[in-house]
Design a protein around this ligand. Structure first.
Ligand code: GLA
Length: 388
């Protein structure tokens, strides 16, 4: 079951994926990093423009001490609103909410983590701060001198100075500037999935590219984005990932069940896992959703194959991601409004007649099943299993 028409760009327009030409799968990636989907934290979903250096330090402290680092979270990413003014030489400086960026990077590195930053190819960022337009090499050098390890490059006001057709060249220019610094910097393209970025994102040096407009802490928005990713799997692979946007887990407007659906879907999609909550104040339940090792192993599987929908019946969906050990991660989703049984047919997911099933959230073997596996799935919930 792989229909081709999917609405992906909630915020601006409906994209219809027609014949998919060039495949990014297997294409050697320029900078040799992000072999598995990047994991970390980003300031935007919770702090938005209020983010301060202290929030970033607190996030690093939390990751290093609460089990997230052991679970694989590495990048501590500052999103929009850190920028101050350029000096007379054109060098960008942070605003008054941030101090010495090199000292901040040293602090984050001292915890065994990496620091990320954000800019726009346009004159202004989406929140109206200073962008990188006409300062590409200079900003790349500044970031490298600070010790930055990740750049999210957000189109925003670039639409005022470039034509849409110039996008690949504009993104390539910054990729080349980053490469020239000699520092490995994960390159995250953010242009909301315009112009089928998945077909060219890897060729301009992107390690990941947003496939949609912005997520919000809302079940319908999360589900619209997550379940809308089917069909893009051929474009993802080690070093170059589709990015359905950052996690909202723990931000408070979804139920634990819905956050487990969010996390399961993102892991089946081999999506970057950038937590977007206040890590200094999370509940044990939120931390457990973010750090279940068996669920994260699905996302971080070294084969780097993005999962896809294999069956759909009304509000019930089955998604499957092939894993490097030959087993399959399978999500049984119930998008309906009452608990319902969801069945995975072994034929659909490509396993033999008899297979063992392990529940990944419960971390429990469920036994051997013949031909099918059925689970009662709660409202807007998921049962995530490994079938072998
Ligand atoms: C855009 C991006 C978001 C965030 C904001 C910051 O909306 O898609 O992820 O970076 O800009 O202004």
């Amino acid at each position: 079951m792989r229909t081709a028409a999917i609405g992906l760009l909630g915020r601006c327009c409906l994209v219809v994926i027609v014949g998919v030409g060039m495949s990014a799968l297997g294409r050697a990636q320029g900078n040799g990093i992000a072999h598995t989907p990047p994991m970390g934290w980003n300031s935007w979903n919770h702090f938005a423009c209020k983010v301060t250096e202290n929030d970033v330090r607190a996030a690093a402290d939390a990751i290093a001490s609460n089990g997230m680092k052991d679970a694989g979270y590495v990048y501590v990413n500052i999103d929009d609103c850190w920028q101050g003014k350029r000096d007379e030489k054109g060098i960008i400086h942070p605003n008054s909410k941030f101090g010495d960026m090199k000292a901040l990077a040293d602090y984050v590195h001292g915890k065994g983590l990496k620091l990320g930053i954000y800019s726009s190819p346009g004159p202004k960022t989406c929140a109206g701060y200073e962008g990188t337009y006409r300062h590409e090499e200079q900003d790349a050098e500044t970031y490298a001198a600070w010790g930055i390890d990740y750049l999210k490059y957000d189109w925003c006001s670039a639409s005022q100075v470039y034509k849409l057709s110039e996008e690949p060249a504009v993104y390539k220019k910054m990729h080349e500037a980053l490469v020239k610094t000699g520092r490995p910097i994960v390159y995250s393209l953010c242009q909301y999935g315009m112009d089928r970025v998945w077909a060219w994102g890897a060729s301009v040096g992107g390690n990941l590219w947003r496939t949609t407009g912005d997520i919000s802490d809302d079940y319908d928005r999360m589900a619209f984005i997550g379940f809308g990713q089917d069909g893009l799997e051929r474009f993802a692979g080690p070093g170059h990932w589709n990015d359905p946007d950052m996690l909202e887990v723990g931000n408070g407007h979804m139920k634990p069940n819905e956050y487990r659906t969010h996390m399961s879907l993102w892991c089946l999609l081999a999506a970057p896992l950038l937590s977007g909550n206040d890590l200094s104040k999370m509940t044990p339940e939120t931390l457990a959703i973010l750090t279940n090792p068996e669920v994260i192993a699905v996302d971080q599987d070294p084969a780097g194959i993005q999962g896809r929908r294999v069956a759909e019946e009304g509000p019930l969906e089955v998604w499957m991601k092939p894993l490097s050990d030959g087993s399959k991660a399978v999500g049984l989703f119930n998008r309906g409004e009452s608990t319902m049984p969801v069945t995975a047919y072994f034929q659909d997911i490509g396993v033999g007649e008899n297979a063992t099933v392990r529940d990944l959230w419960a971390r429990k073997d469920l036994g051997t099943f013949r031909g099918t596996f059925t689970a009662q799935v709660p409202v807007r919930g998921v049962v995530l299993v490994k079938i072998k």
